[in-house]
Design a protein around this ligand. Structure first.
Ligand SMILES: Nc1ncnc2c1ncn2[C@@H]1O[C@H](COP(=O)(O)OP(=O)(O)OP(=O)(O)O)[C@@H](O)[C@H]1O
Ligand SMILES: [Mg+2]
Ligand SMILES: [Mg+2]
Length: 765
């Protein structure tokens, strides 16, 4: 039964203007769910969002985190945000500088020959850490240097799967973020005590993934047709019955639960273990070829039959669909994991102070941004200790690190204000696709996209080895580049639209019509030297020293170092004349010029000529629903409901209706594309107002890049509504293009929208 959530309005000094705080009930309910109506889930998820705010509020009070003195206005704004996120989440927001760390994150240390590992004496010794003291070679990381060989062995995790499902059930009915973190971390601590290796498959089940994002072929997302067939065959119900129930409930997990609960069992099945389920899920994801359907059905049926109760069947089916739907954001899992690992490393009964916990979280997040692979991060923690993680778990060729991102600006003045008194540099901002280029020890090359997807196949004509000055001196490399379409005859850059006509897979060098030139703007690793903590000035020097540019194939980003306003203005105009989008302005020297993986940093500012009139940048928003077209647009959708992504809650918050900027062909194409994703009603994760309800709802699958004149507060839309009493919405939105290279969770975040809104010189309300 849904708990009653009381609502209180509290004005918080130094935080956001107005917040709604939902007070938690006295006792957490753990009643099993009996209905899965989307209205109920909607309420729960809304409550959860308010609770997230509560968590931050409590955390800022209880732990009396000191407010840092910040001189700069922007700085203080950013700090406030950081503070707000305390209890929570976020893949790195700030660099955590450790006072407790025994070793500085100096990059020079990394480039030296490996020294014997020093054990932190404060740590309780574990067999893993004890062995580390005698084994200087990092056992964990080496086998993963090449992702080809990084495919992990089957897991032997004997934890009953039922226990994980019971936890999911409890999380589903819990709305407080802090309570969810506690539930998860307590569970992880429990299973870790049996065997620390259990953490790996359990973490993956929590985040509903089977391995790192960069490893191909690990997606589940099985179709409903196949799952309905399997449920019907294994639970003795007809397919017609299952289909009818699905129309009514819209949740295959719930159907499996009910079917399993009423099904008499002849004998007590051998309980499913986490290891078994995880390995089977992997086999299902990897099944390919002509018998793959049969193989998948057989494996699922075997697991369904072994489920002891309906709850197991429910979450098994939801995992197979890749829709756990319990509101467990990946950031929450990361925090819970940090807590568990901290318990392992220090005294289990100790009450950690917040500082230690934050440091641990920061260390684990930093490591994860450089090596986005839970298996490696967890194993490195277990082997070397969290506080030594940065020495053993840092970027490496063959694994895509999370790229550094830029903040938008609206005028050169804004840039001069930000970098006042600092040395900064400007580069052309090329309009292509991000390409993180890795040269591996064996001479092979990988090109990863902005999201860490392996795009090497897409660019068969590029051989990075050809641009390395001395192959004897340079064995491995990681470069940050933009791949741009190039007109070979005219020797000039072609627009992004031309690049997007290239095939994404199975491209043969001889068939390439649209050539690509790589514009390199950074170097992150050279042989064993990890360069992210070098200044940009030093990194540039190394880039120039170890590579040789070739016109039209591999060039350096055009750059200018000046703080003169007129020169900057000229450089901006020149970049546009040379078919670029504008400028990237970067801190050049000092610590602030270090490369910050995954961070949207104010040390990198983008200035896009086309958007100077608006809010400074375009937005990438998820298509949540559509309105039927009228008149000329009859037969297609005439407008769309768009939302941004709240990465704290995992919800999509509506922010505008869009109907401008579409050609008739585009509307046709969108109708074709989107009609396959129509769902019966809004998802539990959609936060919307009934006055903006569309005619049809979609599964989140597509992002639109959108331009807007400005942002305003609106009673109808919900973006950032956890910060204001109203939501932020886009005025006069205009469609630019479909954003192919981003997943739905890479949509512009609610936080970014709030920031853009707050940065407008005159806000309307
Ligand atoms: N000189 C450069 N330095 C850094 N990035 C550059 C440079 N030139 C082009 N880029 C590209 O600009 C991107 C950042 O701006 P852009 O607005 O295109 O980002 P995006 O892909 O829309 O992502 P987001 O809007 O989330 O930042 C980088 O990810 C990179 O692909
Ligand atoms: Mg771009
Ligand atoms: Mg953008």
């Amino acid at each position: 039964m849904l708990r009653q959530l009381g609502t209180t309005r509290i004005l918080l000094p130094n935080l956001r203007p107005i917040r709604y705080i939902t007070m938690p009930p006295a006792t957490p309910s753990s009643s099993s769910s009996s209905s899965s109506s989307s209205a109920r889930e909607n309420n729960v998820s809304k409550g959860r969002k308010q609770q997230a705010t509560l968590g931050r509020f409590f955390s800022s009070i209880n732990h009396k985190k000191p407010t840092k003195d910040t001189a700069l206005k922007n700085e203080s704004k950013e700090e406030t945000k950081e503070e707000n996120k305390d209890d929570s989440d976020s893949i790195p927001r700030k660099k955590i500088r450790l006072s407790t760390s025994s070793s500085s994150p100096s990059i020079m240390a990394e480039s030296k020959p490996k020294s014997p590992i020093k054990l932190n004496t404060e740590r309780s010794s574990s067999p893993a850490s004890a062995s580390a003291s005698t084994t200087p070679t990092p056992i964990v990381a080496d086998h993963t240097l090449d992702p080809k060989t990084a495919v992990s062995k089957p897991f032997l995790c004997a934890i009953p799967y039922k226990e994980v499902c019971q936890l999911f059930q409890e999380i589903e009915t819990t709305s407080s973020r802090l309570s969810i973190i506690k539930l998860c971390s307590d569970f992880l601590i429990k299973i870790m005590k049996q065997d620390p290796q259990n953490l790996i498959p359990v973490t993956y089940l929590f985040i509903n993934k089977l391995g790192p994002d960069y490893e191909p072929g690990l997606e589940l997302g099985l179709g409903e047709g196949l799952l309905m067939k399997t449920i019907s065959e294994s639970c003795g119900k007809s397919l017609t019955q299952i289909r009818a129930q699905y129309r009514e409930l819209g949740d295959l997990g719930q159907i499996a639960l009910e079917a399993r609960n009423v099904q008499p069992t002849m004998f007590k099945p051998k309980p499913l273990t986490v290891g078994e389920v995880f390995n089977n899920l992997k086999m299902i994801a990897k099944a390919a070829g002509k018998d793959s359907q049969t193989k998948k059905i057989k494996l699922i049926k075997r697991m369904l039959t072994a489920c002891e109760d309906g709850v197991e069947a429910k979450f098994l089916i939801r995992s197979l669909e890749s829709k756990l739907r319990i509101g467990l954001a990946e950031k929450t899992v990361l925090i819970s994991l940090s807590k568990a690992l901290l318990v392992k490393e220090f005294d289990a009964n100790k009450d950690f102070d917040m500082e230690l916990l934050e440091t641990a979280e920061g260390k684990i997040r930093d490591a994860f941004c450089q090596v986005p692979n839970y298996e490696i991060v967890i194993n490195s923690c277990l082997q070397y200790g969290i506080m030594n993680l940065n020495e053993h778990c840092s970027l490496r060729p063959g694994i895509p690190l999370k790229p550094m991102l830029a903040k938008p600006t609206k005028a050169i003045n804004e840039i001069l204000d930000r970098f006042q008194g600092e040395t900064f540099t400007s580069e052309y901002k090329y309009d292509g696709e991000r390409a993180q280029v890795h040269l591996l020890e064996d001479g092979t090359m990988r090109i990863y996209s902005r999201n860490g997807e392996n795009m090497t196949e897409r660019y068969p004509e590029i051989h990075i080895g050809d641009f390395v000055k001395d192959r004897n001196e340079t064995k491995t490399l990681i470069l940050d580049c933009e791949a741009v379409a190039w007109d070979k005859e005219q020797q000039k850059i072609l627009p992004f639209q031309v690049l997007s006509t290239r095939k994404r897979k199975d491209v043969l060098a001889k068939d390439v019509k649209v050539r690509v030139c790589l514009f390199a703007f950074d170097i992150l690793c050279h042989n064993s030297n990890k360069l992210i903590n070098y200044s940009l000035k030093e990194r540039r020097e190394i880039l120039h020293r170890v590579t040789t540019p070739a016109p039209g194939e591999f060039q350096y980003a055009t750059e200018l170092t000046t703080s003169n306003l007129d020169e900057l203005q000229k450089f901006l105009d020149q970049s546009v004349n040379d078919s670029c989008e504008g400028l990237m302005v970067k801190m050049l020297e000092g610590e602030e010029s270090h490369y910050e993986p995954s961070k949207r940093s104010r040390n990198w500012l983008k200035l896009k000529k086309d958007y100077l009139e608006g809010i400074g940048d375009s937005l990438d928003l998820c298509v949540l629903g559509a309105y039927y077209g009228r008149g000329k647009r009859t037969g297609t959708y005439g407008g769309f409901l768009l939302g941004c992504y709240n990465d704290n809650t995992g919800e999509f918050e509506t922010c505008c209706k869009i109907g401008t900027g579409f050609s008739d062909e585009m509307l046709q194409q969108l109708h074709e594309k989107l009609k396959a994703t129509v769902i019966d009603g809004p998802k539990a994760t959609y936060i919307y107002d009934s006055s903006a309800e569309p005619d049809v709802w979609f599964e989140p699958s597509l992002l639109f890049e959108v331009l807007t004149a400005d942002l305003s507060l609106s009673p109808i839309y919900k973006a950032g509504s956890s910060a204001y009493d109203k939501g932020v919405s886009l005025r006069f939105p205009r469609f630019i293009r479909i954003r192919e290279d981003k997943g739905v969770e890479d949509a512009t975040s609610s936080e970014q929208i709030i920031e853009l809104y707050e940065n407008q010189s005159h806000r309307s309300s």
